[in-house]
Design a protein around this ligand. Structure first.
Ligand code: FES
Length: 82
C-alpha cells in the first residue's frame, strides 16, 4: 500500500493506527481531536471509532481502515496488509 498515509494515536497506553484520510472529503485526520475513543475530522466533524474505523457520526458514511499497531522496544510497528 505505497503512498498511504496512516495516522497514529495513543489512548490509555494502547496504540491505534488508521487511515489519515477522512472518507468524507479526504481531509487529514492527523489534526483531529480524539474523544471517547473516536477521532473527529477537523473539516466537517465526522467521528470514527479508532479501534474499528466505524463511523460514529456523519457526514462520512464509509468506515476508515484500521491497522494493528504496537510500540516495541521504542519502535512503532504498524501492520499494513499488502
Ligand atoms: S472531510 Fe472529514 S468530515 Fe468532511
Amino acid at each position: 500500500m505505497q503512498g498511504q498515509t496512516i495516522a497514529v494515536t495513543v489512548e490509555d497506553g494502547k496504540v491505534y493506527a488508521f487511515d489519515d484520510t477522512c472518507t468524507h472529503k479526504q481531509c487529514s485526520l492527523a489534526g483531529g481531536e480524539v474523544e471517547d475513543g473516536a477521532v473527529i475530522c477537523p473539516c466537517h466533524f465526522a467521528a470514527f471509532d479508532i479501534a474499528t474505523g466505524a463511523v460514529r457520526t456523519g457526514p462520512a458514511e464509509t468506515a476508515l481502515r484500521c491497522y494493528r499497531a504496537e510500540l516495541a522496544d521504542g519502535a512503532l510497528i504498524v501492520e499494513v496488509p499488502e
